[in-house]
Structure formats: C-alpha cells, structure tokens
Write a protein that binds this ligand. Structure first.
Ligand SMILES: *Cc1c(COP(=O)(O)O)cnc(C)c1O
Length: 854
C-alpha cells in the first residue's frame, strides 16, 4: 500500500502571541546571526535547547514549552532585551545605506546573484565550503551596504553531508533531512495564496519547482525546490543533495539554478538587469535571459546577446580546468536539443558557446567558457588567481595579450560581523567607537587599533583561546562517546589541550592540494616542537573530504592516527564535522592559522581572513589572498612563492620551512614575555595584522568593489543598449554583422617608427601606419600602437596602447595614420600595430577573430 498517497500534510507553527511576536520576526531574518544582542537573546531563552537545535531559533521557538514562554513573558529583563533587539532590527532596516548615499541615479539597478551554495549559518546546511561561505557573506554585506540585490540558489533536502570518524579515523558520511518547516523559510505565494511554481521541460524531463525565501537582512534569497508531490521520484531528487550524483544530475541542478532561477524571479515580478554568476554553475542563466528577450521583444539571438552580455557578471573561483563543469555533447543534445533551436542556433553554434575555440570539436562544453563569453565583466578572486585565470582562458581571446584580456580580479573578503568574536568586537567598540563596524573598509578607523592597551588585547585573545579549548574538549568528548570509547579515554578528552599554550589551527577541505599533512612529515621533530616544556605548542585540525575523495579521507585518517599517539595525545586534536560553528570557534580562538596549499591552487582562501579579524596571525604559503595580505610585520610566509616542477620536492622543502619557522620565529615570539606575562612583541604583530588586513579583506570592501567596478558599469551599459526600444543594441548587432563581413579586406600595409638605436627615457617616438580599410568607413576602425618593454623572449610585458590619428587618404581605401609612443621606462622596447572595429558610440570593440596585428 502506498501510504504517501493517503498522507495529508499540514504544518504547525509556533504560537507567539502579543508581546512575544517580535521573536518570530527576528528568527525569520538572518540579520540575527551577525548581531550578538540577538544571538544572546535566543541563547538566554534556553541555552541547552539553543545548543541542541544547532542555534536554530525557528526550531527552538517551535519546541519551547508554553510554560517557558509564559515565564519569559513575565520576565521584565527578558522583555526589555527583546524590545531592544526588535528596535535594532528596525533601525537596521531603515538606516540610510552606503548605496543610497553613493549611487544616485542607479535607482532602477537590480542585481540577481546566483550561486549553487550559500553558507549563511550552521543551522541552514546548504553549503559545502569556501564558495558557499563567500556567497553568504556577499549577501550579508550587500544587505549592510543596501545594494539592490537578491540571491538565487537551490534548497537541498539533505544539503552537504555531515562527517564523523570511526575508530580508525576513517571519515563516515550521513545526510540528515532538512526540515523546511523548522528553518527560517517562507514559501513564496501569489496574491491568491497559491505557491508560486515554475515549470521546466528539458529533454525527457518535465518538472516543477517551488520557491522559498530566506530573508538576509534587507536581501531576499530565493531557493528552488523540486521535492513536490507532482514531480516524478527522480525529479524530486534534483534538489536532494549538494555536489552529489553524476554529470546528468549536475546538469539538471544547473538547469534548475540558471534557467529555473530566472523563471522564478520573473514569476515573482523581479526583473534583474544585472545577473552575477558565482562560478560557472549558474551560466545557463545567460541563455534563458537571451531566450526571454527574443521572445518578448522579437529580436534575434545576436541582438539579444548584446544586451544580456552587458548585464552579466561572472566570478570564477577555480585555478584548474578539472575543477570546472564540462558536459559532453550527448548530454547537451539530450537536454538542450529543443532549447537551442528555440534560440535560433545550430548545434555547432550552441556547442561553440562552451568551447574556447568554437571550431575545435574536441573541446567539451565548459560552463566557465559559456559564462566568460556571455558576461561583460569577469574576474578571479585574488590578484594571483586573476593571472592564473587569464592563462587558463586566454584562448577565448586569441588576439589579445595577457594583460588586456577582459578577465580581472576582485579579491575575496569575509563578513566582519559574522566572523568576529563578541569579545573582540566589544573591545573594538570600547576603543575605536563604531566607525570600523559601519564602514569596515575605512583604513583610518582601523588605525586606531594602536590605542588599545596591549594587556587588554592580550586578555581578549586569552579568553577566546580558552573558549576554543573548552569547545574542543566538549566536541572531542562527544566524538568519543559516539564511537563507544572507554571511560578512561573519555576522561582524557577532558584534559586535552591547554588554554595557555600557543594554539595553531588548521581547518579546511581535505583536498590533496591543501596538503593537510605537511606538518606531519617529520613526527619526531614535530613532537619536539609540541612538547617543548618551556614553549609548548598545540594544533587543532578540522575538515571534510569529499565523499568520493579517497586520498582526502586518507589524509584525515593519518592525522587522527597521529593524534592518538601517546606523545601527541594532549597536543593534537581533530574536531569532526567542520561547519560554520566549528569554523567560528577556531578562527576566533587560535593564535596562528596555518595554511599550506600548493601554489597556485588556492584561488583565494578566506578562513585566514576570518582569523585576522580576531587578532590571530597567519602563517601561510604565498598563495591566494596571502600574496596580497602578507607584509613581513603582520604574519609569516612559508617560502617565497616558488613553484617547483617536482611536487614531492616542494613538499619536502616547504615542510621543512614550516618547522623552521615555528622553531626559530613563531614559537619564541609567542613566549617572549615581559615581567607582566604579556608578549608585547606578539601583541605588536597582532595589531599590525589587524590594522593592515581588516580594512582590506572584508566583503564590505569586496561588495563595494563589485558595485563600483562591475555592477554600476554593467548597468550603465545595459541601460544604453536598451534605451529607446533597444535602439543601440539593434544597431550594434547589425553593425557587427556588417563589420564581420567586410573584415577580411582590412590590411595593415606598412608600419613604421622613426627611431634611432637608443632613445632617452621620457622621449616620445613618432609612429605611423598605412592601413587598407576595404569597405569600412574611416571611423569604423581603431588603429592602435601597442608598445612596452620586451622580456627576454621578446614579448611585450605590461604593454600599453595608444590610438593613432588619421593623417591622409592615399586612395583605394588606403589611409595613413600617425601617433606617438612615450618611452617612460628603460630597457628594450617593442611596438606593434593593431586594428580593431570601432563603433561610433561605443568605441573600439574587440571580438575574437576580428583584431588584426601588424
Ligand atoms: C571559511 C570557511 C571555509 C573556506 O575556507 P578556506 O580558507 O577557503 O579553506 C570553508 N568551510 C567553512 C566551514 C568555513 O567557515
């Protein structure tokens, strides 16, 4: 018998009447999770229940006994606290924001941010790691800054797996069900109260999705869910788990995110003009935007593409191609066969959108390439990652030199108030006032860190470390109880670690490139460092390996086995189930954060930034963000940013460097105490770290940067293209078509520079060019000189371009152009000429295949 058919469902919601009703409002706005007064309010209601619900106020409010609620209602202290938090939320929602103050004239800008995962809080487990946490922090800062932005993602029934370790230290996974009705989710409905649903029909699949909303301060996050009774069992599984299943499942999830996401927004009447794709997963959205424009405005693919491209922004997070989704043509044909026909594309044109070289049939369809081709702004997530990305994707723009590729960087950050400990933020308020909180990107505000007395900063650090040790012991004890350890073993857990000892944290995904076991290469040497009676050291590990990553699991097993050795028992701990709660305790309590990626595999990394906001110090390979953050006096660099051919050799060198640094610098620095027991030099480094890193590595700075360098320019361009009934977009598409046809006749006939062998710095050299234009008009081309210092291989480094002016017509559509290049640097220079199409309103336009070098 199929009981599910007989099941009538209904939901029970907490009944919070009258004076307690603000609790409901606060619980349903994730603003609470970065407001310590709100967190304390919930904790104070029932500390044990707060813990047991994984800090989930909606669930807690549902379980609380009516009698408890009545007691609270008659508790004057509690009611005053509640009123204060309620008013704070009002103030937050009403205050004048950075965007309102700075972005006049962008009042109809609307950004939709798309991401496969969101890490907002441990109680909403729809994230796996860095990418999701970044997306969560992006939304929180967008809310703080008042950016007109909505988020779009998927609501997974089971999210990412939870981790525990068996007796041998081997990772086990389990997938608890998320009970949507016990999460701060609101089902989006139309005016008549019917849930909004969208329909997707792709290949053999036809399914519906519902839309849930999570409110993140001012920013709504819309999450799609296919677990509907109307759907087939297979389709209900599309939103079952994050990063799980085969390629086909991944494609369905990405169809839902990108195409379903756009449809969901439309259904609710939200029409974004800027869409931000957080990683390539979301890139199908660009196709749907094009399709919709074609349908609604009766334009063709290339016309619609001009507009949509202007309004798309893409952020890539991966420094290796293998880390990005590629789909085989068979799968695309299966699901997109009808769809690309509706776009007016042939199969080749469609597959070409996902290939670096559209004509290379060997290339599989890559989501990052699709995103890069259909976005006007693209960026990596640190300066180094920007460089790496340009190398990875340079074949998309074969005629451009590396430094001119339309792929820049915006370095990641973290949401200050989410990650900073309460102790630290109270200390800062006391000595710095509120400016650092209202405007975390203001360097001036953070300089005042110098005013904090050393003793106070140190005491704060001490108390956070104590909290961490306490947390680690509790967790370890729970872990041991779960695997049936003996009482003796459990009692040892209560004594592991020492709140006075230099504490190193290492927590991250156990992917092999992160080299989680670099520190374990020489166990005898490690034992001497950790057990030095005058200067002891302890290490706390945490992190998950992907369920299919055996090597990663093996690394975890090794660490756990080492931590069981008698000599390490009190000094090394592995905390299970790394999530935002564990991360928070770690980043707030450690003295040193160790990071040992294999350069340049860490695109950015953000956990070290969280540590910096709490006064901890970074000790890291010069990779990702640390290349920009490290300044000699604010932490430590492992190595100098070398990349060796031989990875094993590199591990050897850098493993030794870690021990050397610890023995010679880090540990003695920490234990060098004054007569009052305070390590003044260490506190000095803490202050240097706080002052130099906090104003830079926050998502407040990051989202401001996205807004000013990508959202607003994209929006302006989009606006120009759609004004007057899409006039410019239509003109542009037609113009391009004509230019492309005429282009083969364009030739550089002659290039010259009047230059003697040696030229003094500061002088300028005249250059000239004779160019045949064929059928093109004079103002339809840009003739440029591209020049700069040559490297040893004769390639121009960091080149600049200068526009040549028209001098005379030589007949037969041949023209003379001239200009001057400035020699501002010493060294061997080179120059080249190039000709590009130029639109009369939009200026020079680069299109792959239509740039001529001579
Ligand atoms: C911050 C964070 C990450 C990302 O850290 P990396 O520095 O990129 O390794 C991953 N997981 C959790 C739970 C985090 O809080």
């Amino acid at each position: 018998m199929d009981f599910s058919k007989m099941l009538h469902t209904f939901s029970v919601v907490p009944s919070l009447s009258g004076d307690l009703s603000p609790l409901q409002r606060i619980a349903y706005n994730l603003w609470w999770c970065w407001e310590p007064d709100a967190i304390n309010l919930f904790r104070r209601m029932d500390a044990d229940l707060w813990q047991a619900t994984r800090h989930n106020p909606v669930e807690m409010l549902g379980i609380l006994q009516q009698t408890t609620l009545e007691t609270l209602q008659s508790d004057e202290g509690f009611m005053a606290h509640l009123k204060m938090v309620d008013e704070k939320l009002d103030d937050y929602l009403q205050e004048k924001t950075w965007f309102q103050k700075n972005a006049d004239g962008h009042s109809t800008m609307k950004v939709a941010y798309f991401s496969m995962e969101y890490g907002l809080h441990e109680s909403i487990p729809i994230y796996s790691g860095g990418l999701g946490i970044l997306a969560g922090d992006h939304l929180k800062s967008a809310s703080d800054l008042g950016i007109p932005l909505v988020g779009v993602g998927l609501l997974y029934r089971q999210g990412y797996f939870r981790q525990y370790l068996n007796n041998e230290g081997w990772q086990q996974e389990y997938y608890p069900e998320n009970d949507f009705y016990n999460l701060p989710l609101v089902l989006e409905r139309d005016d008549s109260g019917t849930p909004h649903t969208i329909e997707l029909e792709f290949g053999p699949r036809k399914f519906l999705a519902r839309i849930w909303r999570v409110q993140v301060g001012r920013v709504p996050l819309y999450l799609l869910d296919t677990n509907l009774e109307e759907n087939s069992p297979e389709d209900r599984l599309i939103t079952a788990k994050l990063y799980f299943g085969d390629q086909e499942m991944r494609m369905l999830q990405e169809i839902l995110l990108g195409i379903g996401g756009i449809r969901a927004l439309r259904t609710m009447g939200i029409l974004p003009n800027i869409c931000h794709m957080n990683e390539g997963h979301a890139a199908f959205l660009a196709l749907e935007r094009i399709r919709l424009l074609m349908e609604r405005r009766d334009v063709d693919f290339s016309e619609a593409r001009e507009i949509v491209r202007a309004g798309n922004v893409f952020t890539t997070h991966t420094p290796v191609e293998a880390g990005i989704d590629h789909f085989p043509e068979s799968l695309l044909e299966k699901y997109f066969g009808r769809y690309y026909h509706s776009l007016g594309l042939s199969s080749n044109e469609f597959f070409g959108l996902g290939r670096q070289n559209p004509k290379n049939h060997q290339e599989s369809f890559c989501m990052a390439v699709l995103a890069l081709k259909l976005a006007s702004h693209a960026n990596g997530v640190s300066q180094l990652h920007g460089e790496v990305s340009r190398k990875m994707w340079r074949n998309i723009w074969p005629e451009l030199p590396d430094e001119q590729l339309p792929l820049t960087y915006v370095t990641n950050g973290v949401h200050t108030r989410t990650w900073m400990s309460y102790q630290m933020s109270s200390l800062l308020v006391r000595y710095l006032g509120n400016r650092w909180r209202d405007d975390p990107a203001d360097h001036g505000a953070w300089r005042r860190i110098a005013r904090i007395p050393d003793a106070e900063l140190w005491r704060t650090q001490q108390s956070c470390r104590e909290k961490l040790v306490d947390f680690a012991r509790k967790r370890l004890k729970q872990q041991l109880v779960k695997v049936g350890a003996t009482l003796k073993e459990i009692s040892i857990a209560e004594e592991v670690l020492d709140p006075e000892v230099l504490t190193i944290g290492f927590a991250r995904r156990f992917a092999t490139y992160k080299r989680g076991t670099l520190l374990l290469r020489d166990l005898d040497r490690l034992a001497r460092i950790l057990n030095n009676p005058e200067m002891p050291v302890q290490i706390i590990f945490a992190g998950k390996a992907h369920p299919q990553d055996h090597e990663g699991k093996e690394l975890i097993r090794q660490i756990v086995q080492v931590s069981h050795q008698e000599r390490f028992r009190h000094r090394i701990v592995f905390i299970e189930d790394y999530d935002m709660e564990v991360a928070r305790h770690l980043v707030q309590g450690v003295d040193v954060w160790l990071n040992t990626p294999l350069r340049p595999m860490e695109a950015s990394g953000t956990s070290g930034m969280k540590v910096a906001f709490n006064g901890g110090l970074n000790m890291s390979v010069l990779d990702g963000w640390w290349c920009e953050g490290y300044q000699r006096n604010n932490g430590w660099a492992i190595g100098k940013g070398e990349v060796y051919e031989d990875t094993e050799y590199q591990n050897q060198v850098e493993g030794r460097a870690v021990y050397d640094l610890l023995e010679k610098e880090v540990v003695p620095h920490f234990y060098e105490r004054g007569s009052d027991g305070i390590p003044r030099a260490w506190v000095g480094t803490m202050k240097a770290s706080l002052q130099s890193l906090c104003p830079v590595f926050s998502t407040e700075r990051m989202v401001q940067e996205y807004t000013t360098t990508t959202y607003i320019p994209s929006y302006a361009q989009w606006n120009r293209l759609v004004a007057d009934d899409l006039a410019l977009a239509l003109d542009l598409a037609r113009w391009k078509e004509r230019i492309f046809k005429a282009w083969p006749q364009v030739r550089i006939e002659h290039a010259e520079a009047q230059v003697s062998e040696a030229v003094a710095v500061g002088s300028s050299i005249p250059i000239g060019a004779r160019v045949a234009l064929g059928e093109l008009e004079l103002d339809e081309v840009a003739v440029e000189g591209y020049f700069g210092v040559l490297d040893s291989t004769g390639v121009i480094q960091g080149g600049e371009s200068v526009t040549l002016e028209h001098v005379s017509a030589l007949g037969n559509a041949v023209h003379q152009f001239a200009g001057r290049i400035e020699c501002r640097f010493c060294g061997r220079h080179g120059f080249m000429l190039r000709v590009m199409p130029r639109h009369k309103l939009l200026g020079p336009i680069y299109e792959p295949g239509y740039l001529l070098w001579g």
